[in-house]
Design a protein around this ligand. Structure first.
Ligand SMILES: Nc1nc2c(ncn2[C@@H]2O[C@H](COP(=O)(O)OP(=O)(O)O)[C@@H](O)[C@H]2O)c(=O)[nH]1
Ligand SMILES: [Mg+2]
Length: 265
């Protein structure tokens, strides 16, 4: 098998009602170098059968994986990315199954990675600007903004949106290690992934990892009914964010810790 340019993972948990097989098939028919990695995360609603139908219609362009029982989005994405890395894809990434980020936006991600060789990790970002078609429930938007501000502090990074389910990064020996071990956080593994990325070693003369991240302001994002997030997930996310913050502070390079102590005097 020729290594794909991009292995795009789609984690699916009880998505039978929301999956749009035609959209995925049209996408692979028009994107030669893309391998879709569809991961069924222990669904009980016929999701696996739909994924298998998609694969049967385009066997060269679609890989399917099945977890049983359910292990959570983080593990579903990690398993899919490991499959993409095993196929020696040049880029690996993930998109939510509800296609809240339409598949056409993959081209925008690819353009960033093509035009900006220094960029290593592209994050989709939902910013409600004029001329963009961002449709998100007001409550989710405001909770999301509070959470995003907390994340930005926890990671010490001016990131706007860590929770958008659309992300693509270059596959290389360093970034492959990001997926070596399970994520500790089931709900905000995206934040943990970015935290891991920031802690990757930097070779002499290489730009800092934080300068190789790029937030792509999405042209379109449509909140789809049927999200499985519940209000108490925000509480769990806050606890998990505390762990991630502690981890970052523990790994902060000695000179920055010194500076922080200096400024407190
Ligand atoms: N909530 C949830 N989503 C999962 C799980 N495993 C895989 N996923 C997928 O992760 C994505 C989460 O999307 P969604 O529920 O719409 O979350 P939201 O868009 O952040 O509200 C979807 O593609 C799910 O099918 C799981 O155990 N729980
Ligand atoms: Mg969604």
């Amino acid at each position: 098998m020729t290594p794909p340019e991009l292995a795009l993972v789609v984690p699916c948990y009880n998505e039978a009602a929301r999956l749009d097989p035609e959209a995925f098939l049209l996408f692979v028919a028009t994107h030669q170098g893309v391998q879709l990695v569809l991961v069924d995360d222990g669904s009980s609603d016929g999701t696996w059968e739909i994924l298998e139908r998609i694969r049967a219609a385009a066997p060269e362009a679609v890989t399917t994986l099945r977890h049983s029982p359910n292990r959570g989005k983080a593990e579903a994405v990690r398993a899919g990315i490991l499959a993409g890395l095993a196929q020696r894809a040049a880029l690996v990434g993930f998109f939510d199954a509800d296609l809240a980020t339409p598949l056409g936006v993959v081209d925008d991600f690819l353009a960033v990675l093509r035009d900006r060789p220094a960029v290593e990790f592209v994050l989709g970002s939902r910013v409600k600007l004029m001329g963009r078609d961002i449709r998100r429930k007001a409550t989710r938007h405001y909770f999301g903004r509070v959470f995003a501000t907390a994340v930005s502090h926890a990671l010490d990074l001016p990131v706007y949106d860590t929770q958008c389910g659309a992300k693509i990064l270059r596959a290389n020996p360093a970034t492959a290690t990001l997926f070596d071990t399970p994520f500790r956080s089931a709900w905000i593994f995206d934040v943990e992934l970015i935290g891991r990325y920031l802690q990757l070693p930097v070779g002499p003369g290489e730009p800092a990892r934080r300068d190789r991240l790029y937030e792509l302001v999405l042209p379109a994002w449509h909140d789809r009914p049927g999200s499985k997030l519940r209000w108490y997930d925000f509480a769990r996310a806050a606890v998990e964010l505390g762990y991630i913050w502690r981890e970052r502070v523990a790994h902060r390079p000695p000179d920055r810790r010194g500076l922080a102590q200096e400024s407190r005097r």
